[in-house]
Design a protein around this ligand. Sequence first.
Ligand SMILES: [Zn+2]
Ligand SMILES: [Zn+2]
Length: 255
Amino acid sequence: MDITVKFLGSNDAVPDVDNDTVSFVINDRTLVDTGWCAVHNLRRNGIDPLEIDHLLFTHFHQDHYLSLPSLLFYWVMNGKNLEGLRILGPAAEVHQVVKRTVDFLQLERFFPHLSEPIVIPIEAGDTYEYGDVKLSTCASKHTVPALCYKYTHKPSGKQISFTGDTAWHPPIVEHVKGSSLLIHEASMGTQEVAPDNPYAHSSAMDAVRVAEAAGVDKLCLVHARTAYIDDSLKRARQLFSKEVFWPRAGQEVHV
Ligand SMILES: [Zn+2]
Ligand SMILES: [Zn+2]
């Protein structure tokens, strides 16, 4: 098992009682988006929030970054320098969002002795390496700048990809090829939607189209309201010959 993904939530913009908005941790160190309640979700899944060293944002809609302030506050309340946390996200917005968060928390006033987090702006097409990880990116098609990431575990060559929020966008197919696991949004459930739909979201069928064309082994649907899940899974399983699942909060997947 070279890559482990632990899901903290899989809902769309508003969490359910027992399922936060989509967020997950890769190999206990890399957090992807925060959902609404990152600290609580991490702790109840046995992950120390102070051990997260990379936080990747797919984009900056609120459901994806809402608990950034409480995550940073948890660090400073534990006396930990925030420079231990690298925050990656779309170059157009990541600096601004982190700065606003640091201002909101009044870190300079109350914690002047602690350093700020390191911000790493990512343009679509950029790659970034740390430890045994290589990230590569392409643009997702959303209403704000958004990234689709491919995560490669360098020693084994194993790969997983995650789209963030996106409408059907053919360049994503090329980008995610070679991935064992594709985590794809399916906000629109079983409604047929055009690639230029105003929400810039995908249906479960769009997610299958990407998975099938890219030849991935496993498709994980995320980012839809609870009421859509059963129909989305049923439809996706009719169309995709390999494994499709919807992760429960706390579920682990090994690649
Ligand atoms: Zn979203
Ligand atoms: Zn969004």
